[in-house]
Write a protein that binds this ligand. Structure first.
Ligand SMILES: C[S@@+](CC[C@H](N)C(=O)[O-])C[C@H]1O[C@@H](n2cnc3c(N)ncnc32)[C@H](O)[C@@H]1O
Length: 314
């Protein structure tokens, strides 16, 4: 974890009092902390930094790091690396979805947070127009890979063809990619370890239907997004799943009839200030669909329409 990230972190268990974490460094390489700890002087929680990866998760959430978590599986890593970087690799049928999402954001400067960043492509795109970018995800396998790409300025992985058959893929990033100001941590969208109003831009792409408490996720975005001169890029296919969140917490799909039947309409209402989540409210400056693909094997694909909204505060 880069040292500038440590300056932004607070304890995810003490969000109400925004207690900064204190850093102990055991091994550091050119501003990158390889081994160390982050400690909360208030509740005594300790968050490890191991092999460069900071895990800023409350203890009770750390079960998520289990290799059995589907987002830590090797086949899922191959699928997401293709999905994020397939256009750079000149793959047949690749989309440039992450470039498209990023292109809809205003050029803001300031700092950006990419919540549920997976292997980091959107964070790298955000790095082109922000002072600093932090990508976070609960998948340790994704964050390790994103940091490997960052440190080597190179992408190398085995793309699954079928079963155990794989083909190597490689890509070198040139100097036009600004990686110095980007970093990745393991953290939870439902307990973002940052002070209120830290970020000029927050992005949350294809995440809301993957968290157990969708409204809490948006409350956390509201907490860390600046009250002025800021933007929130939201996008999702709204594939609600009772195995992820109980239907009464869904923001659409008639899981909870308090909300609109269509998730995107509920999100529009939330942006406008309804339900008291976004305060100050967000003005929608852009909306539409982004076509996005996940390639599982050579013959198995998911074609996804992700509905996006850009909400801005003047
Ligand atoms: C459908 S994927 C989308 C990833 C990425 N945003 C994209 O569009 O390619 C959902 C991502 O959210 C992550 N995730 C799930 N629950 C999370 C949570 N509570 N906090 C942070 N990330 C989470 C998963 O590990 C996964 O990387």
């Amino acid at each position: 974890m880069k040292q500038w990230v440590a300056d932004t972190l607070i304890c995810p268990k003490c969000l109400m009092t925004a207690v900064p974490l204190t850093l102990t460094i055991r091994n550091e390489r050119s501003g990158d902390i390889i081994e160390g700890d982050l400690n909360c002087p208030n509740c005594g929680s300790q968050y490890p930094i191991q092999k460069g990866v900071a895990v800023v998760l409350p203890h009770k959430t750390r079960v998520i790091l289990d290799p059995k978590n589907s987002y830590n599986a090797p086949e899922v890593l191959s699928a997401y690396l293709w999905s994020h970087f397939g256009d750079l690799l000149n793959e047949n049928h690749a989309t440039d979805a992450y470039r498209v999402w990023s292109s809809h954001l205003p050029s803001s400067g300031g700092d950006a947070l990419d919540v549920g960043c997976a292997v980091g492509r959107l964070s790298f795109e955000l790095g082109q127009k922000h002072d600093h970018v932090i990508g976070l995800d609960t998948s340790i396998s994704f964050i390790r890979k994103a940091r490997e790409i960052l440190n080597r300025k190179q992408l190398a992985f085995n793309l699954i063809t079928e079963g155990f058959l794989t083909e190597p893929r490689n890509y070198c990033f040139d100097e036009s990619w600004n990686f110095e100001t980007v970093d990745f941590i393991v953290a939870d969208a439902l307990a973002l370890p940052f002070r209120p109003q830290t970020f000029a831009t927050v992005t949350a792409i294809n995440l809301i239907d993957k968290v157990p408490h969708p409204l809490k996720h948006l409350e956390e975005v509201n907490r860390v997004l600046r009250w002025q001169a800021s933007a929130f890029l939201f996008s999702d296919p709204f594939s609600w799943d009772p195995g992820v969140a109980p239907p009464e917490r869904w923001l659409g799909g008639n899981g909870n009839r308090h909300y609109n039947p269509r998730g995107i309409d509920t999100i529009r209402q939330l942006f406008s200030g309804k339900y008291g989540v976004f305060d100050p409210p967000l003005t929608i400056s852009d909306s539409g669909d982004v076509l996005w693909k996940i390639r599982k094997t050579q013959n198995l694909w998911e074609h996804i329409t992700s509905q996006y909204l850009i909400g801005q505060r003047p």
